[in-house]
Design a protein around this ligand. Structure first.
Ligand SMILES: NC(=O)c1ccc[n+]([C@@H]2O[C@H](COP(=O)([O-])OP(=O)(O)OC[C@H]3O[C@@H](n4cnc5c(N)ncnc54)[C@H](OP(=O)(O)O)[C@@H]3O)[C@@H](O)[C@H]2O)c1
Length: 334
């Protein structure tokens, strides 16, 4: 494993982290707690020190499982959580008129209890409406929680470049979590250099386009009805960008085959690993946070840190494919 500085936190975290949306046992189908714990331990044993969760993942299940893991593990790890989408879910998939300091404090206290820690390493706003980032009051709420000692650092998980800019110009914003992968290359030219200027660490989410970029899925693949890749494939419930990075599934399967032909995985590396390596080739990225539903995936993804950077020709061909064929298909805020 290799380690990179995470923006203004000043701390070093593993360049491959672990996303734990899957471990909530809700939007990706059920996962037994014992299996979820095995995934967490395998990641930690592979050198992963950064774990991303949210209060809404399984309505606290992901956080509570991480809490158990923290009691069991001897490894020193950092956990980032998020606040916001649980408020939205609890109000019947509507946003409260205004997100107050008290809402942020109560949610953070609940995350502290779930995780069983005294302070949260990184608290992130979880894809709030753009208007909240524009108004800016929400940033001051997290500044207050930081002064009160409930959190060490704060950042924002955002959906669009506009939102990313609104957040990163606040001097307290330490990190930005963005959708960044071979199918979502818009951030390369402007946003990544700006994040570096502001000393904001980039966390790359949905790095495998919900699994499409592993090349595993055939055109007729059916996901179980409890999996967001079935019920949100076209953005029926939440931002379409969070599912397959906003690409219509059947086209995504075809495009993944084109990506495979460019990456040319051999017997020493998987397509998933090469897709993660593509992200790590951008040094503004502090950590890529693939989700894993099995121990094999967690181990395989962590090992991507050991691959050599992809060549210039590979980057160029992937950029050409993105511009000509992928970018026009992307749906949702970007
Ligand atoms: N709004 C937000 O802030 C937000 C939104 C989305 C995600 N996130 C965070 O970002 C993390 C990553 O995004 P994501 O989980 O949505 O998408 P992702 O990492 O692009 O895809 C994860 C899925 O890809 C498959 N996969 C992973 N590693 C694999 C491997 N080595 N070989 C084969 N298949 C593999 C698994 O599918 P199967 O389960 O089918 O095996 C896994 O569930 C999340 O866990 C979460 O922490 C945050």
């Amino acid at each position: 494993m290799k380690y990179r500085v995470l923006g203004k936190t000043g701390g070093k975290i593993s360049e491959v982290g672990l996303g734990t949306w899957q471990l909530g046992g809700a939007d990706w189908g059920r996962i037994a707690e014992a299996d979820a714990l095995r995934v967490l331990h395998r990641a930690a044993e592979s050198g992963v020190t950064f774990f991303d969760t949210a209060d809404v993942y399984g309505m606290g299940v992901s956080e509570r499982t991480i809490g158990k893991f923290l009691k069991e593990t001897k490894e020193k790890v950092c956990v980032a959580t998020k606040v916001g989408r649980k408020l939205w879910a609890e109000s019947g998939l509507k946003w409260p008129e205004r997100i107050t300091l008290e809402m942020a404090r109560q949610a953070t206290e609940s995350s502290l209890r779930n995780l069983g820690v005294d302070v949260i390493f990184l608290q992130q706003w979880h894809c709030l409406p753009t208007e909240e980032y524009r108004r800016g009051e929400v940033f001051e709420h997290l500044e207050t929680l930081r002064r009160e000692g409930l959190i060490q650092h704060w950042g924002c998980s955002v959906e669009s470049v506009e939102e990313a800019r609104l957040c990163m110009t606040h001097p307290g914003c330490a990190t930005l979590q963005v959708i960044f992968n071979i199918f979502r290359q818009k951030l390369i030219d402007d946003l990544l250099p700006q994040a570096r200027q502001h000393d904001v660490g980039i966390l790359a989410r949905v790095p495998l386009a919900s699994g499409l970029l592993t090349g595993r899925f055939g055109p007729g693949h059916q996901f179980p009805p409890t999996d967001h890749r079935a019920y949100n494939a076209d953005g029926q419930v939440f931002n379409v960008g969070e599912t397959f990075a906003g690409i219509p599934f059947q086209r995504g399967v075809e495009l993944a085959e084109r990506v495979r032909a460019i990456l040319e995985p051999d017997s020493h590396e998987t397509m998933a690993q090469l897709a993660l390596r593509w992200i790590l080739d951008y040094d503004a990225v502090s950590s890529v946070i693939p989700g894993a539903s099995t121990v094999e995936q967690a181990g395989n993804n962590a090992a991507a840190a050991g691959l050599l950077p992809l060549g210039e020709a590979t980057h160029r061909q992937l950029r050409e494919l993105y511009e000509a064929e992928v970018a026009p298909l992307i749906r949702g805020p970007y």
